[in-house]
Write a protein that binds this ligand. Structure first.
Ligand code: 5RP
Length: 217
C-alpha cells in the first residue's frame, strides 16, 4: 500500500503569519493543506473565511482541502471554490440536501468531500458514497486542535476503506484529529489515504521529519 498523503492543518499555525506557516507546509514533504473553516455555530470556535484562502492560494502549489465546519455549507461552496480550494469538504450533520451540494461542488469543477463527526455512523452516508471524492472521518469532536484521538473512530475509516474495495467506489478516506507520531500507526492499520495533523505538525521542530513519521516511513 502507498504511504498516506499528509495534510497539515493550518488551525495550529500562527494566524498572525499564515504565509510562514504555509511555507513550512510547502517545504515539509506534505502533499495537501487542510483549511479549517469554523463558524462558531456548528462548532464552538471561529476561524477564517474564503479571503484567507484566496490570499494564501498563490503561495502554494499543494492541494487545498477546505474543511467547512459550518452550518449551511451550500452557501459557502462557491466562495471557497472561487478562492482556490481543490476539495470542498462539508459535514453531513450540517446540511439536508447533501446530494445536491455534491452536485454543486462538482459543477464548480471541484472535488467533494463528506465529513462525519465521531457520533455519526458510516451508514448515515452510505447512499452518498458513490458520489464522494473524499470521506473525512473526524477522530475528535471538531472545534479545536490538539485534542486526544478517539481511537474507536478508526473503525469507521477501516470500514470505509473496505466498502470502497467491495463496491468499487473511488473516494479517498481521510482521518482528522489527534494524529501524531504515536497514533499514526492506527491510521496506517486502517488503510487510510490521507492523514490530517495540526498540533503534531506545527509543534514539531523538524517538520519534514514529522511528515515522515506520520507517513510511517
Ligand atoms: O478539524 C480540526 C479540528 O476541528 C483539526 O483539523 C484537527 O483537530 C487537527 O488538529 P490536531 O491534529 O491538532 O488534532
Amino acid at each position: 500500500m502507498d504511504k498516506p498523503i499528509i495534510a497539515p492543518s493550518v488551525l495550529s499555525a500562527d494566524f498572525a503569519d499564515m504565509a510562514a506557516g504555509l511555507a513550512e507546509i510547502n517545504n515539509s514533504g506534505a502533499e495537501w493543506v487542510h483549511l479549517d473553516v469554523m463558524d462558531a455555530k456548528f462548532v464552538p470556535n471561529l476561524t477564517f473565511g474564503p479571503k484567507m484562502v484566496a490570499d494564501i492560494r498563490p503561495h502554494s502549489k499543494l492541494i487545498f482541502d477546505a474543511h467547512l465546519m459550518t452550518y449551511e455549507p451550500e452557501n459557502l461552496a462557491e466562495l471557497f471554490a472561487e478562492a482556490g480550494a481543490d476539495y470542498i469538504t462539508f459535514h453531513i450533520e450540517a446540511t439536508v440536501h447533501s446530494h445536491r451540494l455534491i452536485q454543486k461542488i462538482h459543477s464548480l469543477g471541484k472535488k467533494a468531500g463528506i465529513s462525519i463527526v465521531p457520533s455519526t455512523p458510516v451508514s448515515y452516508i452510505e447512499e452518498l458514497l458513490p458520489f464522494a471524492d473524499l470521506v473525512l472521518v473526524m477522530t475528535v469532536n471538531p472545534g479545536y486542535g490538539g485534542q486526544q484521538m478517539i481511537p474507536q473512530c478508526l473503525d469507521k475509516a477501516e470500514r470505509l476503506v473496505k466498502l470502497r474495495e467491495e463496491r468499487n467506489y473511488s473516494y479517498l478516506v481521510s482521518v482528522d484529529g489527534g494524529l501524531n507520531a504515536e497514533t499514526a500507526h492506527l491510521a496506517h492499520k486502517a488503510g487510510v489515504d490521507v492523514i490530517v495533523a495540526g498540533a503534531a505538525f506545527f509543534g514539531a521542530p523538524d517538520k519534514a521529519a514529522m511528515v515522515k513519521k506520520l507517513k510511517g516511513a
